[in-house]
Design a binder for this molecule. Structure first.
Ligand code: ZN
Length: 107
């Protein structure tokens, strides 16, 4: 018996997370890598993060990734994502206070 195959997540929570993660990676790349367009490394990270969200086993019930018991990221991407979060987190607080505060309270 294999695992039941299910459709990738596409609910409002997941979509919002994808949007936020894209913004954070864009910001990080612009400020840290000084590239006008997203560099290859950051595009890969974004693609990977979106894939993880699509496949997140908690779907719409998901909590903050930093608070999750399932470490679904590969270590190399997890490290990169940590830097992005650390860097872009405070900016997000300025741009998207409600979302960020909710996210912080989730910790
Ligand atoms: Zn970059």
């Amino acid at each position: 018996m294999g695992r039941a195959k299910r459709e990738p997540n596409d609910g409002p929570v997941i979509r919002k997370e994808k949007e936020m993660v894209s913004k954070m990676i864009d910001l990080y790349c612009r400020k840290k890598h000084h590239s006008a367009a997203l560099c290859q490394e950051c595009s890969q990270l974004k693609e990977y993060a979106h894939l993880r969200l699509s496949l997140c086993r908690f779907g719409e019930e998901k909590t903050a990734c930093s608070n999750c018991s399932v470490h679904c990221y590969k270590p190399v991407f997890r490290e990169k994502m940590k830097s992005v979060m650390r860097y872009s987190g405070p900016w997000m607080l300025l741009y998207h206070p409600i979302y960020s505060i909710k996210h912080l309270l989730n910790k």
